[in-house]
Ligand binder design. Sequence first.
Ligand code: IDP
Ligand code: MG
Length: 148
Amino acid sequence: MQTTYVMIKPDGVQRGLVGEIVNRFERKGLQLVGMKSMIPDQTIARTHYAVHAERPFFEGLISFVTSGPVVCMAWRGVDAIAVARRLIGSTNGREADPGTIRGDYGMDMGYNMIHGSDGEDTAAAELALWFPEGVMEWTQDGQRWVYE
Ligand code: IDP
Ligand code: MG
């Protein structure tokens, strides 16, 4: 089992896509182990995107992600990190496959509605950053019908 960090960015919240996006993870069979909403401050946003600090789009990305509410989620399942990335689709919405979140709702590179951790190390770091209180440990009864 893996747990991955997924975040609906301010454009997804502003466009009223929260329910639509959450639904895709839920119906896929992932288990929700963390969920909250906040307007990120500069510190958390810069830490989260630190790997991109030298990129030309960095300051724009920080002002975007701190511009309004985000929905922070932790989703758990077998290979959850890669599964979430496949549900999300490739970075540019114009090129993302139809059927993915970005492919179905996005037309832009920066405004692509959603973040998902890209590996085990980043998932652990991002979960610690956004959920310092930890995630919920619980048994979802329906999970026994998700995995054979
Ligand atoms: P990812 O979200 O698909 O993992 P990354 O390359 O890690 O994509 O980039 C992080 C975020 O930075 C993207 O989701 C997007 O919002 C933004 N971003 C990436 N490249 C560009 C760009 O060329 N212009 C504007 N924003 C960008
Ligand atoms: Mg990334």
